[in-house]
Design a protein around this ligand. Structure first.
Ligand code: THG
Length: 285
């Protein structure tokens, strides 16, 4: 199972179990960022190249681009944001929007081979997003929810994952190009929600074998010391089978390399040591 994404110049991000984990940087997203949200409403995108460079320096090898905030015209703004990111850095892009028209507008300007974030098991979504993935030769994230919502039991999420992969193949998207997202919910809303996510992750890894992503930082909203929770949770997700987490590399870069090292995927600890040295040299710069 191998998903290959490409940047504008052909730099590849290869997502595969047993490879070091692929860090998808989450920072270009207005969620919880009042100033950035206000800037987006005014059409001011000046923060985006800075966020792009900082995340790549910190170890992100793919960047998620999301401009979804109240009052923002995503169809107009998302393609501009995507172009700014690919001018600032040379990594593959993960296009993050729930708006199919904005998705297509971004697909038209993105160069290389992007990741579509996302489709889910809802009929409307499957029928609109999967043909886009096929037409633009993109990989796609499938969220484990459908017309009935998010299953509270792991088996329900596995069934949706299976359905998404089947439908993708029927539309001409290879199973290798479907990343499954078991869905991370907020711990503050349900203190047992993480258990379902981890169980679904293990089952999907065993039965389908697809590459997997997850938004690790979702769980910690509203809790103190989010950084601690995010890092510990990432370790659990990765051990269960997530190999391309969407996370904040400025906080989690060393934690992720630590998990790689513990799981025997970093020979002599070279990636861990290099990431540590880069962080040290940035701190003293
Ligand atoms: N799955 C998939 N895509 C996703 C998610 C997912 N995309 C969006 C989201 N979830 C992952 N991205 C984020 C981005 C930011 C935060 C959490 C998840 C976040 N932001 C801080 C906040 O809201 O408080 C703001 C940080 C700041 O102030 O700078 O926590 O699950 N496929």
């Amino acid at each position: 199972m191998q998903t290959v994404l490409r940047s504008k110049t052909g730099v590849e991000a290869i997502i595969s179990p047993n490879h070091p984990f692929t860090v998808i940087g989450e920072r270009i997203n207005p969620t919880g960022r009042k100033v950035f949200s206000a800037e987006l409403r005014e059409g001011n995108l000046s923060r985006i190249p800075l966020d792009a460079r900082a995340q790549v320096e910190a170890g992100a090898v793919v960047l998620d681009v999301n401009v979804g905030a109240a009052g923002v015209d995503e169809v107009a703004l998302l393609p501009v944001a995507v172009q700014m990111v690919q001018e600032a850095v040379d990594v593959p892009i993960c296009i993050d929007t729930a708006n199919p028209a904005a998705m297509e507008a971004a697909l038209k300007v993105v160069r290389g081979r992007p990741l579509i974030n996302s489709v889910n098991g809802e009929e409307d979504r499957l029928n609109v997003i999967l043909p886009l993935a096929a037409r633009y030769n993109a990989a796609v994230i499938g969220l484990c929810m459908d017309d009935n919502g998010i299953p509270t039991e792991a088996e329900g999420r596995v069934a949706i994952a299976e359905k998404i992969v089947e439908r993708a193949v029927a539309f001409g998207v290879k199973a290798d190009d479907v990343l499954i997202d078991p869905l991370v919910l907020t711990i503050g809303a349900d203190h047992r929600a993480v258990l379902t996510t981890l169980e679904a992750t293990r089952l999907i890894r065993q039965r389908l074998g697809n590459n997997m992503t997850a938004g690790a930082s979702n769980a910690s909203h509203g809790m103190p010391d989010r950084e601690m929770l995010n890092t510990i949770f990432l370790a659990g997700l990765i051990q269960a089978g997530v190999n391309a987490p969407i996370c904040n590399p400025l906080q989690n870069a060393l934690g992720i390399r630590a998990v790689d090292l513990m799981l025997g995927r970093d020979e002599m600890g070279m990636n861990y040591i290099m990431t540590f040295r880069q962080m040290q040299s940035r701190a003293s710069a």
